[in-house]
Design a protein. Structure first.
Length: 408
């Protein structure tokens, strides 16, 4: 069932002016998860010595955080459909703030891990409910344009959070990092309490939460959009998994040089997000998905050709085509998300939660697969072929599950 067949009251009355204040709040909410995840990374060596543990155990503060961030969305999305966006946001982000402050005073690695799991559970609220709020307030194509701005924070945060975390760790110790994230979360909670109104659409007479959920889960179009999100954004995670080995081990470059080159991917993704924010309403969700897939395919194909022709291009031969892939990714992602949460607007929270969880879980799996594939390779070709295959499969999924039922 297409979202345009049952437009909500907000769809019909949504203002055309960009609500920058609301978007800033949604970006701040969305940023709590990636900031909390990445800011602690530089402090891991100090955690090992101060809490008298080992690297494998300390790594759980990251891996279990990410797992909790992904799985929590499956619960928080439907809860926001059932109880409303505002109460779920305020409760979830408050939980994240409290867990951050508890983690600040953790005296054992076990307590820190538990606190980080709870912190991630609450932080997931910002990601899943933020997307649902955008869909509540805007029709599908306009929502894609707004999501193009909101999702930018998912790339900006990993660029700068580790640097800030490293500075705090050096100056004040690892406790200060968790204190920082706790205060940040608390400020966002206060901001949301003052500004965020309830946006969940009013129920259509005769409708129910369970009925809306069943209609969502019975839609092949919904699964199509979700799988397009997963496969089309997987190249980013695949590159994270295999890129360092290619640049540092195969090419003999430093990790610092890798970090500088990796920023080009983030710039490409932000450029794609900017294009989506400007053009999604003009061309429509489905057209932007097709264009984004085409750009991603072009970048992956160029990378394959570059490696086939010669192996001496250095990091530029690897990263510059990947920038093109990232631009297509940035164009596609907000539109595919908007498509997923628009299949059944009354269940936008559940749709947002499922989409986010599948995206993160599949991305993590592809990052691990890339690490395995590139481990015994002599060139970066296995990594690039995986990326190309992911883009091709995303296109096939779109053609089979979404294209026959599309409305734009």
């Amino acid at each position: 069932m297409d979202a345009r067949a049952v437009p909500s009251q907000q769809d019909r009355t949504a203002p055309q002016k960009t609500p920058w204040g609301l978007l800033a709040l949604l970006m701040a909410m969305t940023g709590i998860g990636p900031v909390s995840l990445n800011m602690l990374v530089p402090a891991l060596p100090n955690l090992i010595s101060e809490l008298q543990t080992d690297i494998g155990t300390v790594q759980l503060t990251l891996s279990l955080f990410l797992l909790s961030l992904a799985t929590a969305q499956l619960l928080l999305g439907p809860m926001s459909d059932r109880f409303g966006r505002r109460p779920v946001v305020l409760c979830g982000l408050s939980l994240s703030a409290i867990a951050s402050l508890v983690a600040t005073f953790a005296w054992s690695i076990e307590l820190l891990i538990v606190a980080r799991i709870v912190q991630a559970f609450g932080a997931a609220t910002g990601v899943v409910v933020g997307r649902a709020v955008v869909r509540d307030l805007f029709e599908r194509d306009r929502a894609a344009a707004m999501l193009g701005l909101v999702t930018t924070v998912m790339v900006v945060a990993p660029m700068f959070a580790p640097t800030i975390g490293g500075l705090l760790d050096v100056a004040f110790g690892w406790h200060s990092i968790l204190l920082f994230t706790g205060i940040y979360s608390l400020l966002v909670v206060i901001w949301a309490a003052l500004v965020l109104r309830e946006t969940r659409p009013a129920r259509i007479p005769g409708a129910s939460f369970l009925r809306d959920a069943r209609a969502l889960f019975a839609s092949a179009t919904f699964y199509g959009y979700v799988l397009v999100v997963a496969f089309a954004t997987a190249p980013f995670f695949t590159f994270i998994g295999g890129g360092p080995h290619v640049v540092v081990t195969m090419m003999g470059r430093s990790s610092a040089e890798y970090g500088v080159w990796f920023m080009t991917n983030s710039i490409g993704y932000m450029a794609g997000n900017f294009i989506a924010s400007r053009q999604s309403q003009r061309f429509g969700v489905n057209a932007m998905i097709v264009i984004g897939l085409g750009v991603e395919f072009a970048g992956a194909a160029i990378a394959v050709l570059a490696l086939a022709v010669g192996e001496h291009g250095g990091p530029a031969a690897l990263f510059l085509p990947q920038v093109i892939v990232s631009v297509g990714n940035g164009m596609l992602l907000p539109n595919a998300i908007a498509g997923a949460v628009s299949v059944r607007p009354q269940a936008a929270g559940a749709a947002s939660g499922i989409t986010g969880c599948v995206q993160m879980a599949f991305g993590a799996a592809m990052a691990q697969a890339a690490t395995v594939a590139i481990a015994g390779a002599m060139t970066a070709m296995p990594l690039i072929l995986i990326i190309l295959a992911e883009v091709v499969l995303a296109g096939l999924i779109y053609a089979v599950l979404v294209l026959p039922r599309r409305s734009a």
